[in-house]
Design a protein around this ligand. Sequence first.
Ligand code: FE
Length: 333
Amino acid sequence: MKKLALALLAFLAVQPVLMAADPITLTLYSSRKAHLIEPVLELYTKQTGVRFNLHTGKPGPILERLAAAGKNGGADILLTVDAGNLWHAAERGLLVPVDSEALVQSVPAALRDPENRWFGLSKRARTLAYNTEKISPDDLSSYEDLADPKWKGRLCLRTSKKVYNQSLVATLIAHHGEEVTEETVKGWVANLAAEPFSNDTKALQAVAMGQCDVTIVNTYYYGRLMRKEPDLKLALFWPNQDSQGVHVNISGGGLLALSKHPQEAQAFLEWLAQPEAQGLFAELNLEYPVRKDIPPAPEVQAWGEFQGDSLNLAEAGRLQAEAVRLMDRAGYR
Ligand code: FE
């Protein structure tokens, strides 16, 4: 009898703990590759017990799938790359505003939606990369300068179909207007040494092989390639340091309108913006933390400091359709 009473007492003592620890599962749609996000999710699960149901894919199909999902779709969080994609998700009504002092404090204003529907969680610069045997940094100055006839047959670019270039051109429109930007893009096209490449790595390899002197890429692609082939004659250059600054873009996230766990989802987004997660999240993809108080990994720091464009990235979304039409008119494929 005494044994039974003890067992009952033990059961009663343990029960509330079991109930408190009742783990919920957040469903996360991510266009970031699984191996770049899983270590962050595992850390959160370890700290909180919250589990994840992770779906990865390309940004376009993810947005389509979320838009088609009914209220029973049960999706909580969207993580994707480029403010252009986040802006589209917000415009389509897939994301809801998050009222969070923690996120507003952690994420600089230029890197989040003015209506708080998406927040930058890591930063990448879309900058110049050049062949160190063919040219010197003194030859380079700005995105706009790459339209000068002196670069004829010396420029390589990734395709205009990629959102990264659409966002870059959108910010040029925001700074200089449509007419000036169209002249710039026409100049780029006239200077191409090869047809636009399908990805940043191929453009970098073309520069390394001497097919062209300079290209425009996201910093982490340079980092990944140099990890594999450290002897390549490639270096980064920070353009527009006397004008608008380097085009900075983000990977970021938001709370899905479909979410049935909005509080838990918001808590996770807030955690991602905290120092510990920031370092890990950025480092996994050789990116920059969005927080100013967290330094990037040493490998990334070695690329040097730069002045980034302080334009709010919502502009990249707002002007994206205009940028696409402009690039089409300019013959940029
Ligand atoms: Fe990328």
